[in-house]
Design a binder for this molecule. Structure first.
Ligand SMILES: Cc1ncc(COP(=O)(O)O)c(C=O)c1O
Length: 464
């Protein structure tokens, strides 16, 4: 993949090129821009973090507003292969589980389009349907209610746009979409896109603590029941790990109001929160649970109004077109199976790690978000007063510790987390945050490394 500004990340020794502050650009997109610390800015400012802008195109794009000099790309310790890595970004993507990898490898060489009627096609089809049954068993739902997608984003898009359009087709008064302000962009932007078709978007109210306010939202749903096309709330927030009242609101929507409800369950799978897959459409993503990148599922209970939003041969129940990627769904199913089987033991283990993580974070003065709220053990979000989250990411990265700010980076520009802002935090606070997310490969060794590195890293970041 090339950077929007061009460039080759391997180019070295470009010392002295003026560059602008591309910190998060390079960091978040990994398009080939590398992050480096410059020397002091010549005029009145603090030290900044900049990306190496290696090609002429990139240098031109950076312009001459920039500061500092660029160091050798390969100086960064985290570029060295021998550096032990401690990965705290499982909510972004988690390593593939062995069983998932084996299923992928086994099927990657398989010949046959699962839609073909010859023997090879039928064999491929049987792998796809076995995978569907495995997932259906794990989730205790009929296989016919699962459709394969490319991941959480596509499932969210279909669950919002496909449902809203179909519901309005049946009931022209249904022109409102209700979402929480802390959704992933796969939901928020899908809802926003519907405004160009005449829908309006209503936001769910949050409590002072920053969780979706269950009674106030249920009441709002009752007030708008006749005009709601779809309501959406995630099960677990991907930045804070806070469990949202999706299950209870889905029940109100389904049983009391007859309004379609969509739940983004991407960060909830295998982590404990209850969710009845009979009451809502639900989005899942394989690569968040130890499956492959590029696979996901949407659960669609019977009688849900829904129509396709992309077009082609209609392979998946005429709702999703495109040749079903046999190795990906076989691998996804194995990840679901293993996650489900190990869930209770694994969650206890992760809860133990989370308790230690919190004490490491608070020992350096970090403020943990949602400390008194129900959260999944796997995700902790912490504010580091006086520090920039971006700086902390880079400083920890240089010590082999991978964390994320959790915030969005739109078109290369770092944004403060919309989740933190919606929860009532200031821009400065939102910019000082880091997300630590753990998963099936996380151990106390990772926490040992974090504990050893964090005091120094925070002290450096505070001086900047
Ligand atoms: C809550 C949530 N929903 C949706 C997505 C998108 O999933 P995918 O990467 O499979 O498109 C993510 C990914 O971070 C997520 O955390």
């Amino acid at each position: 993949m090339t950077s929007p500004v061009g460039g080759d990340a391997r180019e070295r020794h470009i010392t002295g090129i003026p560059i602008s502050n591309f910190t998060a650009y390079g960091l978040r997109n990994s398009y080939g821009l590398r992050l480096h610390r410059t020397g002091d800015r010549p005029q009145r400012s603090r030290r900044v973090l900049v990306a190496v802008a290696p090609s002429r195109a990139a240098r031109t794009a950076c312009g001459h507003r920039g500061v500092g000099s660029i160091e050798d790309v390969d100086d960064s310790p985290s570029d060295r292969m021998d550096l032990v890595r401690h990965y705290f970004d499982h909510a972004a993507t988690t390593p593939m589980r062995d069983a998932a990898l084996t299923a992928w490898e086994t099927n990657a060489r398989r010949l046959g389009n699962p839609s073909a009627i010859h023997g090879a096609g039928r064999e491929a089809r049987s792998v796809v349907e076995e995978a569907r049954e495995t997932v259906a068993d794990a989730w205790s739902i009929p296989p016919s209610t699962i459709i394969w997608t490319s991941g959480g984003t596509e499932s969210d898009n279909l669950g919002i746009i496909g449902v809203a359009r179909a519901r309005r087709r049946k009931n022209p008064a249904a022109t409102q979409v209700m979402v929480s302000p802390i959704e992933h962009h796969g939901v928020l932007d899908a809802a926003a896109s519907l405004t160009s078709e005449g829908f309006t978007v209503i936001q769910m109210p949050l409590t002072e603590a920053g969780i979706v306010n269950y009674p106030a939202t249920a009441d709002l749903m009752r007030v708008h029941a006749d005009t709601l096309a779809v309501v959406a709330l995630m099960a677990v927030n991907n930045e804070t790990g806070i469990i949202q009242p999706a299950d209870r609101l889905a029940e109100v929507a389904h049983t009391e109001l007859g309004v379609p409800f969509h739940c983004d369950a991407v960060q909830a799978h295998g982590l404990g929160p209850a969710l009845s897959l009979q009451t809502c459409t639900a989005a899942f993503s394989a690569h968040k649970i130890g499956g492959p990148l590029g696979a996901g599922a949407l659960v669609i209970p019977p009688d849900t109004p829904i129509e396709a939003i992309s077009f082609g041969a209609g392979q998946e129940s005429r709702l999703r077109s495109g040749t079903v990627p046999v190795p990906l769904v076989a691998s996804f199913a194995e990840a679901v199976r293993e996650t489900t089987v190990t869930e209770s033991v694994e969650n206890q283990r992760i809860d133990g790690l989370a308790a230690r993580l919190e004490s490491i974070l608070t020992s350096v003065g970090a403020q943990i978000i949602g400390q008194n709220l129900a959260r999944v053990g796997a995700i902790r979000y912490a504010l580091f007063p006086g520090c920039s989250g971006q700086d902390l990411v880079v400083l920890l990265d240089a010590r082999g510790i991978h964390v994320s700010t959790g915030s969005a980076c739109t078109a290369g520009v770092p944004q403060p987390s919309h989740v933190l802002l919606a929860m009532g935090h200031s821009q400065d606070e939102a910019n000082s945050g880091l997300r630590f997310s753990m998963g099936w490969t996380t151990t106390h060794d990772d926490l040992d490394a974090l504990q050893a590195a964090l005091p120094e890293v925070v002290a450096i970041a505070r001086r900047r």
